[in-house]
Design a protein around this ligand. Structure first.
Ligand SMILES: [Zn+2]
Length: 510
């Protein structure tokens, strides 16, 4: 036995111990700042220009429509901008009706939320913004009894819709469960927040409407009353009533499409509106509100199925053939990430939709990624540099299906946890799939150089507490995207491949 061999043997226990310690440390750190598993979150900012997020003006605050006897409680007290933990949503059934094909820009909503009371309280606090509530009813789920003495208040300061008894007492007891139904209406928006609309001209120069959503980080409340914080994960069953000339897609596959029942027409004995259909989707796994999404359009799609996951590229008809490269890349990337992470993509499908207007380059809604049109649907002779950037963007969004969607941060303090991992894995998986392009060299120029150049940013810690909507949006910056990606890359190299993958895999599985 040589001395060299003896020395190697002597070092081995320490080496193994250190590796196990690294895994333990990595997993503990990540678990501490993330929400269990089973949901997602995040916007897709332009990875090329994340600083643009910090200058984006969020939607202005407008009161939820309230009856004259409902006062603005913000005048009396200043609540925390964080939701109380006394109640928790279990299941949302969201039904939205839009008639934009008739150039009606108002939508109506029916939101039913099953709520678990975790601590006896006198109120249920939800987010709601720029919507007009028309009716609120509540049932105790066990007895099916309707609560008769309830009213609601809107608190503008936190965009809170507060359900409470008319006489103040602890009406909601720990352990009880309720079904809260809220009828409301709102306006489809022209900016890319909440539920918004856009148009394009078809081959006959006719105007075609497209309705889409952008909820990250705090715009789900523009579309429906909800617990609009990432840690309040719940199942969603979504129904959309829309023109029968259009189709609807959402996070999950369609469960059924049926003729629309028009409540007003029913009064005349004709309850079916022949021009409208209702599309209902399968119920989602538990997920954060900011990852809910849908698109209503007359788009066409190409598709491919691999390992039981159907992927589709949706475009307007005139761009029908321009998504083939993106489809091929998406199929390869999902398979590569499944193999690398040891965790299967959790849904049955993943759609990619090219929109004329989209906030940022793309948005990683779970199962339904939205893109700015020219980032997804391109001619075959498109510039190679642009193509590569678009591949990295798409792979960033696909990586989010695990980092952010499956496992989410408890609060936006840890926005870097989603963006840093998605940015790093966007590059990493692209490098693994297309080694000939030496993408990690591009990472050094595109990410690392900017991440450590103080010309590009206001310096702050990666983990950084924020509270109001403007501050939350501002965390989607170079620090969360690029500096965090550099730190994660450092972990990867310091821990070595086996330890890093083991730690990440455990993080995603817990
Ligand atoms: Zn991202």
């Amino acid at each position: 036995m040589s001395e060299t061999i003896i020395r190697k043997c002597a070092l081995k226990p320490c080496f193994l111990y250190r590796n196990k310690l690294h895994v333990l440390l990595l997993v503990l750190v990540l678990f501490h700042i993330s929400v269990g598993n089973a949901t997602e979150r995040d916007i897709v900012v332009d990875p090329e220009n994340p600083r643009s997020f910090t200058t984006t003006t969020p939607p202005t605050s407008v009161d939820v429509g309230a009856a004259t006897n409902h006062t603005d409680a913000a005048k009396k007290i200043t609540r925390s901008l964080r939701l109380p933990n006394t109640t928790f949503p279990l299941h949302y059934h969201l039904h939205i009706t839009t008639r934009i094909h008739r150039e009606i820009f108002e939508f109506t909503g029916n939101m039913t939320i099953d709520i678990d009371i975790r601590e006896t309280t006198n109120e249920i606090v939800l987010h709601a913004k720029n919507i007009t509530v028309t009716a609120v009813t509540m049932l105790e789920l066990h007895t099916n009894e309707k609560l008769l003495d309830l009213t609601y208040t809107y608190e503008k300061h936190g965009s809170y819709l507060i359900i409470h008894p008319i006489e103040n007492y602890a009406a909601f007891e720990e352990g009880q469960r309720y079904r809260l139904e809220i009828l409301y209406k709102g306006l489809l928006r022209e900016d890319s927040f909440g539920i918004y609309w856009m148009t394009y001209s078809d081959d006959k120069n006719a105007t075609v409407y497209v309705t889409a959503t952008q909820f990250e980080p705090t715009s789900a409340r523009l579309a429906f009353p909800c617990y609009d914080e990432p840690s309040f994960k719940a199942n969603f069953t979504i129904s959309l009533t829309h023109s029968n000339k259009y189709t609807a897609i959402s996070n999950m596959m369609v469960r059924q499409t049926e003729p629309s029942i028009d409540a007003n027409a029913a009064l005349d004995g004709n309850s079916v509106d022949a021009t409208m259909v209702t599309t209902t989707f399968h119920t989602t796994p538990p997920m954060s509100t900011y990852l809910v999404a849908f698109v209503i359009s007359n788009f066409v799609y190409i598709s491919e199925e691999y390992r039981g996951v159907q992927q589709r590229i949706f475009t307007s008809p005139r761009l029908a053939d321009r998504g083939r490269k993106a489809l091929k890349n998406a199929v390869r990337t999902v398979a590569m990430l499944e193999d690398f992470l040891g965790v299967d993509y959790p849904l049955a499908k993943l759609d990619h939709v090219a929109l004329k207007n989209n906030f940022g380059a793309a948005m990683e809604n779970w199962g339904l990624i939205t893109y700015k049109e020219d980032n997804l649907a391109k001619p075959d002779d498109a510039d190679m540099h642009k193509n590569l950037k678009d591949v990295i963007t798409q792979n960033h969004e696909i990586a989010h299906q695990w980092f952010g969607n499956l496992v989410s941060p408890q609060w936006w303090t840890y926005a870097w946890l989603n963006e840093g991992f998605a940015t790093y894995f966007g590059y990493l998986v692209t490098d693994l799939l297309y080694p000939e392009y030496k993408i990690m060299d591009f990472f050094l120029i595109d990410s690392a150089e900017r991440a450590y150049s103080y010309n590009y940013m206001t310096v702050r810690p990666m983990t950084y507490y924020v509270e109001n909507e403007t501050a939350i949006l501002s965390t989607f910056d170079i620090i969360s995207y690029h500096r965090a990606a550099c730190v994660i890359k450092m972990f990867h190299h310091a821990f070595n491949q086996k330890t890093f993958v083991h730690g990440i895999s455990q993080y995603l599985r817990k």
